[in-house]
Design a protein around this ligand. Structure first.
Ligand code: UT7
Length: 325
């Protein structure tokens, strides 16, 4: 039976120039390169320049993805941008990218699911493509988390970085089986009972300030491995594949210990896991498309290979997507 599939036809990323090594935090905080490496796997991260916004990063990633696909903005029907650090409260950062690309047709909107944002955006784009609402969607994850960090809180400020990644999905006809290219299955979850574990202590309607990130790290850690592995397993089952069929796991890059324990729980070895956390830190919604694009640029991920992406973030929100590249 022929079905419409959302197939990846190009991807790209952008990282701001400023590289911040772990050692830089030793000057102002009671922390060490050793602690950060051992507990998280992070060695360095990028921070946006003071005048660089989330849309600036997203625009560069979008251009790289269009180049990679051999397309222009005229070929797109929609832009979905996942971010928790928008340029402004409104308009959406997606419409800023749309304007910069000179795109006056179609539609653009933001998705807010914090670190799980890219999984939510992919799943939404897939549903719209399968419903015939759009043929080509540019899906972006872009963040400037350096703008919402408490520089006095060593438990959080050493963990995050800035960056953007983008993926173009295109409607193509598949046979309806696991051999099809494109998104084969997705699984989304949230549970607002855990709002207090990871949040920003400000906002438009509450304090009229931006606020800074607060996290009960250990509590989030406890939820992460179980919830991520469960979502991964559901998408594999719904796609009709097993852990042995997965060529690459492209996980949210928050903590190397979470990444490796989740892979182990799903029965997938670490040599099949794309790891960029050492260079990017946690870039929230940008982390999966950044890792994907870096692996694609390295020639690691090849056409026809089976990918499993999974992420968890504030909300709590979590989910997974299986996609044949
Ligand atoms: O992307 C959204 C999802 N977020 C995540 O996935 C994050 C999940 N959580 C984590 O990755 C980890 O919990 C952290 C990396 C945040 C923390 O690692 P941990 O092994 O859970 O450490 P901890 O919070 O239990 O802290 C252990 C100790 C504490 O000291 P005491 O109380 O034992 O004396 C902390 O105060 O480490 C201390 N500590 C630090 N020490 C040096 C916390 N942060 C630092 C630091 N440098 N930067």
């Amino acid at each position: 039976m022929s079905v419409t599939r959302a197939v990846a036809v190009g991807c790209g990323h952008y990282l701001p120039d400023r590289i911040v090594e772990n050692a830089e935090f030793e000057k102002t905080l009671d922390t060490s390169d050793e602690w950060i490496r051992a507990r998280t796997g992070i060695e360095r991260r990028r921070f946006a320049a003071p005048n660089q916004t989330t849309s600036d990063l997203g625009i560069e990633a979008a251009k790289a993805a269009l180049d990679d696909a051999g397309l222009t903005a005229a070929d797109l029907d929609a832009i979905i941008l996942a971010t928790a650090t928008p340029d402004q409260t409104f308009p959406s950062t997606a419409t800023k990218v749309q304007a910069a690309l000179g795109m006056h047709h179609g539609f653009a909107f933001d998705i807010q699911a914090v670190c799980a944002g890219f999984i939510y955006a992919l799943s939404t784009a897939n549903a719209m493509i399968r419903a015939g609402q759009a043929k080509r969607i540019l899906v972006i994850g872009a963040e400037t988390f350096s703008r919402i960090l408490d520089w006095h809180d060593r438990r959080t400020c050493v963990l995050f970085g800035d960056g953007a990644g983008a993926l173009i999905l295109e409607a193509q006809t598949g046979q309806g089986g696991a051999a099809d290219r494109g998104i084969l299955a997705s699984d989304l979850h949230s549970d607002g009972a855990y709002n207090h574990l990871l949040y920003v202590d400000g906002g438009v309607s509450s304090t009229q300030t931006t606020g800074v990130l607060r996290m009960e790290g250990q509590e989030v850690f406890k939820h992460a491995v179980t919830k991520l592995a469960a979502a991964g397993e559901v998408t594999m089952q719904n796609a009709g594949v097993t852990a042995q069929d997965i060529d690459w796991v492209v996980p949210h890059q928050a903590n190397l210990r979470i990444i490796s324990r989740t892979a182990k729980k799903m029965g997938i070895s670490m040599d099949k896991v794309v790891v960029t956390v050492q260079d990017h830190g946690n870039t929230s919604a940008a982390s999966i498309p950044l890792a994907l694009s870096v692996a694609h640029a390295r020639g690691q991920i090849k056409r026809g290979e089976l990918l499993l992406m999974e992420a968890i973030g504030g909300g709590l929100t979590w989910g997974a997507v299986t996609l044949r590249w």
